[in-house]
Design a protein around this ligand. Structure first.
Ligand code: SF4
Ligand code: SF4
Length: 437
């Protein structure tokens, strides 16, 4: 099989969660490189991900190419060169050239080589295709007991509902054989609207909220909603705690203890790393069903905040907390709530193609389609009736409501630039920061 045939066969295959199918995908991908080494254009997050995939299937990478080659070089065990390196590179037949960048940059790269009169054939590995490969690897690892939930933090699939991660969550609580009555793969629990940073493009719209809707959610309310949802679904694979800054919550330890008693497999906590957790919180965090993701907002952190982040890491190490320090990466700006003119068909297409369409939010007993839906509702752009008031139903009724809720595109999409029109912006640009380009 060659790469073009592989792409044609698998580009729309989605998440692979069946072991035999996963093995076939990986074997066929490996067969595309017989006798050849790979060259990856793009040494950013996508390039790293492709490099990891190739390493896993034992395909050798000769080198990478990137405009920021000096900066990116330290992330790889093979050389990273400037794009021009290819112009003087004699090899060809024994190299398979892969493009691991976003679609927009892929076009620019192809045009650039044409301008240089360098007729190279670069094969674009779309994110969709990478997801097929990544999920196949995770499926194999899960079956072999080698699965690492930390890998999910930087994997874009998780906000789209990854069946493999979901199954891992069920395994964590010995519920792998439970058949759900309704399914929620991705649920972000809003812990409050208090944060130490003010990121203009915050997913959760935080700095744009009115003062009247800032505070912390009560432990009892969070747990009552989660209990009802788990009763409706039978089991929930994983949830994430988001905010605001979850480590500012006055009873984070109590919330976590309560969650660990529910039929919820795995808990991710997203923090900006500026708040040092208490001893009590660290003790609860040291649980194999919990992992913390520290977002890397180095660029905007004050010296005090940087110190706090180091202290946080020290404490996590001391207590054996599972955590990951993220990489600095671009954000997509979908903070606008301007109405979009589109047909129902375009609306559905937008929703189905959005990488956040299963990234639900739970806030004050209501379920929202995604963070944009939650933020837009709290800010008054979207009718509150478009979210689900879960406590209006008993568990059985709620299971039916949840199924219907997920069949329809989210109303908020009609006021959202994701996924086709949201521009890339620098990460964590603060309110008042002049340059937001
Ligand atoms: S979300 Fe996790 S389980 Fe799913 S493919 Fe990504 S890393 Fe693997
Ligand atoms: S509103 Fe729609 S398009 Fe926007 S992030 Fe949510 S699911 Fe995606």
């Amino acid at each position: 099989m060659n790469l073009q045939e592989f792409i044609k066969k698998y580009e729309n295959a989605g998440i692979i969660s069946d072991r035999a199918a996963a093995e076939q995908v990986l074997d066929e991908f490996r067969s595309c490189f017989q006798g050849k080494k790979a060259v990856i254009y793009g040494a950013g997050i996508l390039g790293k991900s492709v490099s990891n995939i190739l390493e896993y299937i034992n395909v050798e990478v000769a080198f990478l190419l990137d405009r920021n080659f000096e900066f990116q070089a330290k992330k790889f065990n093979v050389p990273v060169y400037a794009p021009e390196y290819l112009l003087g590179c004699s090899g060809g037949a024994d190299l398979e050239l892969l493009l691991a960048v976003n679609e927009q940059i892929a076009e620019e790269v192809k045009n650039q080589y044409q301008e240089w009169s360098c007729p190279v054939e670069l094969t674009f590995l779309s994110e969709k295709l990478q997801n097929v490969l990544k999920s196949s690897i995770c499926t194999q690892k899960l079956a072999d007991g080698r699965f690492d939930p930390l890998s999910c933090f930087e994997c874009g699939i998780v906000d789209n509902g990854c069946e493999v991660f979901y199954q891992y969550g069920k395994q964590c609580i010995g519920k792998e054989n439970v058949v759900e009555t309704a399914k929620i793969e991705g649920l972000g629990v809003i812990m409050g609207q208090v944060c130490t940073l003010k990121c203009i493009h915050c997913n959760e719209s935080l700095p744009h909220f009115d003062r009247t809707c800032r505070g912390f959610e009560k432990k009892e309310d969070i747990l009552a909603s989660l209990r009802l949802l788990t009763e409706a679904c039978g089991v929930i694979g994983h949830i994430e705690l988001v905010g605001g800054e979850p480590f500012l919550h006055p009873d984070l330890a109590g919330v976590l203890k309560g969650i660990l008693d529910l039929n919820i497999g795995f808990v991710q906590i997203f923090t900006n790393g500026t708040v040092v957790p208490s001893e009590e919180v660290c003790e609860v965090l040291a649980n194999k069903r919990i992992a913390v993701y520290i977002s890397n907002y180095e660029r905007v952190l004050s010296e005090t905040f940087k110190k706090n982040r180091n202290l946080m890491e020290e404490k996590f190490k001391k207590y054996g907390v599972t955590y990951e320090l993220g990489r600095s990466k671009s954000w997509m700006d979908f903070s606008s709530f301007e109405e979009i003119e589109e047909s129902d068909e375009q609306w559905r297409e937008q929703y189905e193609n959005c990488g956040m369409n299963k990234c639900h939010r739970l806030y004050q007993g209501r379920l929202f389609g995604c963070p944009h839906h939650y933020g837009g509702t709290v800010r008054g752009f979207i009718d509150i009736e478009d979210s689900v008031d879960i406590h209006k139903y008993n568990a059985e009724e709620l299971a039916g409501v949840l199924k219907r809720f997920r069949e329809e595109p989210c109303k908020a999409c009609r006021r959202c630039k994701m996924p086709f029109q949201a521009p890339f912006v620098k990460d964590a640009i603060q309110m008042g920061e002049e340059n937001d380009g």
